[in-house]
Design a protein around this ligand. Structure first.
Ligand SMILES: *[C@@H]1O[C@H](CO)[C@@H](O)[C@H](O)[C@H]1NC(C)=O
Ligand SMILES: *[C@@H]1O[C@H](CO)[C@@H](O)[C@H](O)[C@H]1NC(C)=O
Length: 486
């Protein structure tokens, strides 16, 4: 009996909640002529207002029309491509706005009281592609529910002390493509350092890692500093960032990865260093990253060899990208000690001439191998033998390959792919040069006898026969068993 009453009480409560929520979400747009040239539509959680290619006076009168309605909830207020150099005080007073965008509108001044009146409900603020030369801190200080702040593509030169004070719920801060060269050590103080998860400082003018400013961000997960002018990184630079799982330093001017530089980043899963000028990776460069690093991008640098000594400690590494370097020689033990976990290996656009016999022997998890655009003339069957069964993608195109029986494995592999209906690779034409005539032929079209395979038996063809044979036997057994059961 008691239980029944409980259930009814819950049901009643549920009904009340549903009715209240429903009543709250029913919203009406003002008459179109009252907000023109802005437009309004009703979305699930409130109104969606868009004002484009207009100016302050029109936007201001549209806001007045919206304020005249009772209980209006604006879910999206999007002001784009306008002429709005100054956001005037109290322009939104009396409105509830959850997501505010002022984009590509020449915004240079944000008056202190313009945003504070909507501080209670605002969760996202996008001021991207405007003319701000500083962070409008005094206008932001009351935004106590803000989760995302986007200041991308402005002209901010400097992050002063306590630039974001008051934004105690902020989780994502984007400052991509500004002109930031100076970051005060206290720039991020006042952001609740237990909340900020993503920080994008890419596309700025930083010449070094702003260590002291960053060091308090101890729950930060992703830090992007790509496309800056950072010339060196050193031990201690990332001190304090103990939760970081992704660090992007691509497209800077880093020349060297010194010992222990990432030693504080024990949670790091992904490290992007491509597009620098790295010639040297210290054997102790990746100390600290042993337990978690899975993705490492070192492409578009100046490495002359695979930094195997540094990589050996990374026993969780899955994705290794070394494309567009100056790697000429691969020693036989290049992947010893850490190759086991690698599933993606990119060596394209290097200068590799020869693959030593055992080079891929312990790459037991390899699924994608890219050797495109190197100087390889031969890729003998023995080399790929150990990885061929796990590989889903292998690219050997744009090499000066010579058509010999050596390459037979590749045509078998391609044919196998076709059976599997996986044509990503077979669409790409891999050619080899037929020596006496010096002409190029697509590898998959050359008859085996023309590749000089007559009389030779290979592992792959034999294995192919065995496997299809045993498959037939299994089918037969299955049929017999099924028949017996029936
Ligand atoms: C920015 O806004 C102006 C109008 O103020 C427009 O002409 C221009 O195309 C916009 N730019 C972009 C990239 O949208
Ligand atoms: C790397 O190779 C490219 C092209 O082969 C060459 O232009 C460049 O000078 C080389 N860099 C170094 C540091 O050897």
């Amino acid at each position: 009996m008691l239980n029944y009453m409980k259930i009814w009480r819950y049901l009643f409560l549920l009904c009340v909640i549903v009715v209240v929520t429903f009543a709250q979400t029913i919203q009406h747009c003002p008459q179109p002529e009252n907000i023109r040239p802005c437009t309004c539509s009703v979305k699930k959680f409130g109104l969606d207002i868009i004002c484009e290619f207009t100016d302050h006076s029109h936007i201001s009168s549209a806001m007045t029309a919206l304020k005249a309605q009772q209980n209006t909830i604006i879910f999206y207020l999007k002001l784009r491509h306008n002429n709005l150099p100054k956001l005037q005080g109290f322009i939104f007073l009396g409105l509830v706005v959850q997501h505010l965008t002022i984009h590509n509108s020449s915004l240079a001044t944000v008056e202190e009281s313009s945003l504070s009146s909507i501080g209670k409900g605002l969760t996202q603020l996008d001021l991207s592609q405007n003319s701000l030369t500083y962070v409008p801190s005094s206008a932001l200080v009351n935004l106590h529910t803000l989760i995302i702040l986007n200041l991308n593509r402005n002209k901010i030169k400097e992050l002063r002390s306590r630039s974001f004070a008051g934004l105690d719920t902020l989780e994502i801060l984007n400052l991509y493509e500004n002109k930031i060269s100076i970051i005060d050590p206290d720039a991020f103080i006042g952001l609740d350092d237990r909340k900020l998860r993503r920080l994008n400082l890419g596309g700025n003018l930083l010449t070094s890692v702003p260590t002291s400013a960053l060091s308090s961000l101890d729950v930060l997960k992703k830090l992007e500093m790509q496309e800056n002018k950072i010339t060196s990184i050193q031990e201690g630079d990332f001190e304090g960032l103990k939760s970081l799982d992704s660090l992007v330093l691509a497209h800077n001017q880093i020349r060297e990865v010194p010992a222990r530089v990432f030693s504080h980043l024990t949670q790091l899963m992904s490290l992007e260093l491509e597009g620098n000028q790295i010639t040297h990776v210290d054997p102790d460069a990746f100390i600290g990253l042993e337990e978690n690093l899975q993705y490492l991008r070192l492409g578009e640098n100046n490495l002359h060899a695979i930094p195997s000594d540094a990589l050996r400690r990374l026993h969780r590494l899955r994705h290794l990208d070394l494309r567009s370097n100056n790697i000429t020689v691969l020693p036989e033990d290049a992947f010893n000690g850490y190759g086991d976990s690698i599933s993606f290996l990119n060596l394209q656009k290097n200068l590799i001439k020869v693959l030593p016999a055992m080079i891929f022997d312990n790459l037991n998890s390899l699924q994608t191998l890219n050797l495109q655009n190197n100087k390889l003339m031969h890729i003998p069957e023995e080399i790929t033998e150990t990885v061929i069964d796990t590989l889903g993608v292998i690219d050997i195109s744009d090499n000066p390959l010579i058509c010999t029986c050596d390459l037979r494995w590749f045509s078998y592999w391609l044919k196998n792919l076709k059976d599997k209906d996986d044509d990503i690779m077979s669409k790409k034409k891999t050619v080899c040069v037929m020596l006496p005539e010096n002409r190029e032929y697509p590898v998959q079209n050359i008859p085996l006898e023309r590749m000089g395979c007559v009389g030779k038996t290979g592992r792959i063809s034999a294995a192919g026969i065995t496997s299809s044979f045993s498959f037939d036997i299994i089918k037969l057994i299955l049929i017999i068993v099924t028949a017996a059961v029936l």
